[in-house]
Design a protein around this ligand. Structure first.
Ligand code: NAD
Ligand code: MG
Length: 393
């Protein structure tokens, strides 16, 4: 059966990898809706290649530029502009699958709208789940959406958990989920050097090529913290059921340890096309364009415990999920603001954790059971984090 796919955030790293997998499997998939913030040149290239039914650009000016390019090329592809348009896409009319690949909180409303449409949702945008946790998962249940994890670790956990119990609550026979993370580019740097690290150094990840926000999150290991929260919600696990394992080579993408001593892992070259292809075709398998592992030429696989002195953001994320209520939402908002400030060279690398810590200390926590409350708490945490940056920078 042919599936039409919407890619929210098609011009990003995950978006481009998704289009690559679609192009290798064009008899099964087509790209029907593409969305982006402002990169109209890349969107124009994607339009020429994939002829979508609809394009959404958040930035008005970029939408106009794109329309001009499409007119000149005599391509009739409707382009709409603005956040309202992004948040109100008629998914059911245009697609059967939605890949949620916008970065950050901007992905929350369009991703939730896709969930409400009851479609197959491939989730890369972990921030939306961290912000809205229980509400997101309730919505998935209510609308009978099929939610599949693109994040490589969660995809690995999904593949390593017993297939027959995916729909049940609780995992019988599972001792621990082992969530692996590379430790990023600064795993072996002297601690005293971290304060000097530049945005480009933080974004130079040893194994993965990703957008700049998630690259910085990997350098602070906040990415693993967000993923810990993501795993709790996605698989209905408690914090105690998950162990973070630093594995610098990113060959094992996560594991599940069972009561009988078995440990099941998913392995592969670090390339996001593997989890994307896995989700697209699940439970079948398709070509992702990724070479299988060459075991005779692999570097030795190493494992270590996370060091919270080096990675204070990880500890902040653990505390946030322990606190529960609105703490993960506040953590995420403060992190987005702090990372943007670091990328703009307004604060030092080591101040990212400081901004998040102080923002959390100054916040009150409340239960978040509706979208307006989530957006309000997110907005308040953002302005609080900006205030903290103003004080410390
Ligand atoms: P990216 O920065 O490369 O791309 C982000 C996409 O979102 C772009 O298409 C951009 O136009 C769009 N976008 C950005 N701001 C927007 C806004 N305000 N409104 C609407 N659209 C906006 O990011 P990425 O690396 O592809 O990551 C995307 C998501 O996937 C993130 O949530 C990230 O955590 C997650 N993820 C990424 C990887 C990876 O390897 N890149 C792996 C796992 C999970
Ligand atoms: Mg990941």
């Amino acid at each position: 059966m042919h599936s039409r796919v919407c890619i929210l955030g098609s011009t990003g790293s995950i978006g481009c990898s998704s289009l690559d997998v679609i192009s290798r499997n064009s008899e099964r998939y087509s790209a029907s809706i593409l969305t982006a913030h402002s990169n109209y040149q890349k969107m124009f290239e994607q339009c020429k290649r994939f002829s979508p039914e609809l394009v959404v650009m958040v930035c008005d000016k970029s939408a106009k530029m794109l329309t001009q390019l499409l007119n000149d090329a005599e391509l009739e592809i409707p382009v709409v502009a603005g956040i309202e348009q992004l948040n109100n896409i008629d998914f059911a009319e245009h697609c059967e699958v939605v890949i949620a690949a916008i970065v950050g909180a901007a992905g929350l409303l369009p991703t939730l709208a896709a969930v409400k449409a009851g479609l197959k949702i491939l989730l890369a945008n972990k921030e939306s789940l961290v912000m809205s946790g229980d509400l997101f998962m309730q919505q998935v249940k209510q609308s009978n959406a099929c939610l599949l994890p693109v994040d490589s670790e969660h995809n690995a956990i999904f593949q390593s958990l017993p297939a027959e119990s995916h729909s049940k609550a609780g995992w019988s026979g599972v001792k621990k989920v082992l969530l692996t993370g590379s430790g990023g580019p600064f795993l072996k740097e002297p601690l005293s050097e971290l304060v000097t690290k530049t945005p480009d150094q933080a974004c130079a990840h040893p194994n993965w090529e990703m957008g700049r926000k998630i690259s910085v999150d990997s350098a602070t290991m906040m990415n693993k913290g967000l993923e810990l929260i993501e795993a709790c919600y996605l698989f209905n696990l408690s914090l105690q059921q998950i162990q973070i394992v630093v594995h610098p080579q990113s060959i094992i993408h996560s594991m599940v340890s069972y009561d009988d001593g078995s440990v099941i892992s998913q392995m592969g070259n670090p390339d996001m096309r593997t989890p994307i292809a896995h989700c697209l075709a699940w439970p079948e398998r398709i070509d992702a364009g990724v070479e299988p592992l060459d075991f005779f030429n692999l570097k030795p696989l190493e494992f270590e415990e996370p060091d919270f002195e080096r990675f204070p953001c990880l500890l902040l994320a653990i505390k946030a999920i322990e606190t529960g209520a609105s703490a993960p939402c506040i953590l995420n908002a403060a992190n987005e603001i702090a990372v943007a400030a670091f990328l703009a060279e307004r604060i030092k690398f080591t101040q990212i954790a400081e901004v998040i810590k102080i923002t959390l200390e100054r916040s009150n926590f409340e239960n978040l059971d509706n979208i307006d409350a989530i957006l309000r708490v997110d907005g308040q945490a953002r302005s609080l984090a900006e205030t903290v940056i103003g004080e410390i920078s």
